[in-house]
Design a protein around this ligand. Structure first.
Ligand code: GLN
Length: 455
C-alpha cells in the first residue's frame, strides 16, 4: 500500500463522516496528498518510522503554513510561521497531517461545545458530546478518519474524550513531551499526548514525540523508552493495583462502576493484586484545579491583545479601546469566565486566600499519590463520572461542567502520567466506558502494559 492510498482512504472517510461529526476545524487535503505523493516518489527512508501514516493534530498545536485557531474567533485566521516541536518530530518521521481537529475554545471545556466552530458530535450517538477539550481528536479516531490524533491535556482533555468515544488516550508525565508551539493554557499542567484506536499504536506514537527539547525548559532529560517494544502483558501478574475509594464511590454512575469493577476482576484473574486505598484530597481537586489553571490562563492569554496575533476589533478610538473591544469580541464566554476567575485569584487582595491556598492544596494532592505509589504500581478507577452526556445538557451550568473533571484533574495537579482505555459499554445507554490508569512519574510503560491486557 502506498502513502497516497493511505491518505486518500483517510480523506474519503472524512468525506463520509464529517458532515455528521464535525471533528475537524480545518482539513489539509491538498498538502497531505502532495506530501504522500512526494514520499511515494522518493521512497521511504530507514528512519521514517511513521512514513505515510495519516494522523490528525489538535488545533491548538502550531502547524507552519496551516491555520491554528484554538477554536477561537481570536485566531480564526492565524497562520503560524513555525511548527510545534511535536509536529516537527512527526514530519521528520514521515507522518502526514490530514487536518486540524476541533476543541473547546483554547482547550477550556469538557464537551467541545465552547468551540467557535460549532460542536463536535460523538460518532457513537450524534446527540451526545464527544467530551473535551480534545473532542475533535477523539471523534476523528472513533469515526475511523485516522488511527491517531494529537491531543492536549490540562485537566483531562485527552482522557475524558477518549473515554466518551471508546478509544485510547494517554496524558504522559508532565515534562515528557515538549510544549513548544502548543498554545499555552495552564503551563504547569499542559501536556501533549495521543488519542488512538489501539494501545500499541499509542505506545509507538508516544515514543516518537517524547524527549527533551531546548525550546521547552520544562521538558525532561529522562531517557525515552521504546514503549511499543516494551509492551509486556505478562507483567500484570503480581501487579499491585490501588483502587481509590473516591474513584468508585456512588458519585460515579452505576453503569460506569459496573464496567470498571468487571475490568478489575479481569486483572485480578490474571494475577494482579487489587487493594482499596484512599486519595483523601480528591474532593479538593476541582476547585484547586480551576483556580490554578484559570490563573495561569489569565496570564497566558494576555498576549491576545489585538496587536500581536489574529483578530482585531474594528471601529476603535484608542489603544485601550483596541484591547477592550478585541478581547470582548474575540473571546467566547467560557474563556472570559476563566480570565476573570484567574485575574481575581491572582489579585493583590485575594492572592493568599485563593491562589496561594490552592497551590498548597495542590501539594497535598501530589502527596496523596506519592503515598499510594510507595507500595502500588498503578492506580485504577473510572475516567469520568458518567458516559458521554447529551449536547446542551451541562453547557449552561459551569459548575456542573467542571465537576465532570473530578477524576482527571488530580493527575495534572500531580504531574503523573494517566491514560484512559475502553473498558466496555454502559448497560444503561450502550455508550463506551473509559477506565483510567494512573502511574508513577515517567512510568508510562506500566500503564501501557496494563492497558495492553484489554486489547
Ligand atoms: N475540562 C477541563 C477544563 O475545562 C480540562 C481541559 C483540558 O484538559 N484542556 O479546564
Amino acid at each position: 500500500v502506498t502513502a497516497t492510498e493511505l491518505v486518500e482512504a483517510s480523506l474519503k472517510r472524512m468525506d463520509a463522516t464529517e458532515a455528521d461529526v464535525n471533528a475537524f476545524v480545518n482539513r489539509n487535503d491538498e498538502a497531505a496528498l502532495k506530501q504522500a505523493q512526494a514520499l511515494d516518489a522518493a521512497g521511504i527512508k530507514e528512519d521514517q518510522l511513521l512514513a505515510g501514516i495519516p494522523l490528525a493534530v489538535k488545533d491548538n498545536i502550531l502547524t507552519q503554513g496551516l491555520t491554528t485557531t484554538a477554536s477561537s474567533k481570536m485566531l480564526e485566521h492565524f497562520t503560524p510561521v513555525f511548527d510545534a516541536t511535536v509536529v516537527e518530530k512527526l514530519n521528520q518521521a514521515g507522518a502526514i497531517n490530514v487536518g486540524k481537529t476541533n476543541l473547546d475554545e483554547f482547550a477550556m471545556g469538557s464537551s467541545t461545545e465552547t468551540s467557535y466552530f460549532g460542536t463536535t458530535k460523538n460518532p457513537w450517538d450524534l446527540t451526545r458530546v464527544p467530551g473535551g477539550s480534545s473532542g475533535g481528536s477523539a471523534a476523528a479516531v472513533a469515526a475511523g478518519d485516522v488511527l491517531g490524533a494529537l491531543g492536549t491535556d490540562t485537566g483531562g482533555s485527552i482522557r475524558m474524550p477518549s473515554a466518551f468515544n471508546g478509544v485510547v488516550g494517554m496524558k504522559p508525565t508532565y515534562g515528557r513531551v515538549s510544549r513548544w508551539g502548543v498554545i499555552a493554557f495552564g503551563s504547569s499542567f499542559d501536556q501533549v499526548g495521543w488519542i488512538t484506536r489501539t494501545v500499541k499504536d499509542n505506545a509507538i506514537l508516544m515514543s516518537a514525540i517524547s524527549g527533551q527539547d531546548d525550546h521547552d525548559m520544562t521538558s525532561s532529560h529522562q531517557a525515552v523508552p521504546d514503549f511499543a517494544a516494551g509492551l509486556d502483558e505478562a507483567s500484570v501478574k503480581g501487579l499491585r493495583i490501588a483502587v481509590p475509594k473516591e474513584y468508585v464511590s456512588d458519585a460515579i454512575d452505576e453503569d460506569v462502576r459496573e464496567v470498571i469493577e468487571a475490568g478489575l476482576k479481569h486483572l485480578e484473574s490474571l494475577g494482579a493484586i487489587v487493594d482499596e486505598v484512599s486519595l483523601p484530597h480528591t474532593k479538593y481537586g476541582v476547585p484547586v484545579y480551576y483556580i490554578l489553571a484559570s490563573s495561569e490562563a489569565s496570564s497566558n492569554l494576555q498576549r491576545f491583545d489585538g496587536i500581536r496575533y489574529g483578530f482585531r476589533a474594528d471601529d476603535v478610538k484608542n489603544l485601550e479601546d483596541v484591547y477592550v473591544k478585541t478581547r470582548s469580541e474575540g473571546f467566547g464566554e467560557e474563556v472570559k469566565r476563566r480570565i476573570m476567575l484567574g485575574t481575581f485569584s491572582l489579585s493583590a487582595g485575594f492572592y493568599d486566600a485563593y491562589f496561594n491556598k490552592a497551590a498548597k492544596v495542590r501539594r497535598l494532592i501530589a502527596q496523596d499519590f506519592e503515598k499510594v505509589f510507595e507500595d502500588h504500581d498503578v492506580i485504577i478507577g473510572a475516567t469520568g463520572v458518567s458516559t458521554a452526556f447529551k449536547i446542551g445538557e451541562d453547557i449552561d451550568d459551569p459548575k456542573k461542567m467542571y465537576y465532570n473533571d473530578i477524576l482527571t484533574v488530580t493527575a495534572n495537579l500531580a504531574g503523573v502520567p494517566a491514560m484512559s482505555i475502553p473498558a466496555g459499554f454502559s448497560k444503561k445507554n450502550g455508550m463506551p466506558v473509559g477506565m483510567q490508569l494512573i502511574g508513577k512519574k515517567y512510568d508510562e510503560q506500566t500503564l501501557y502494559n496494563t492497558a495492553y491486557v484489554f486489547e
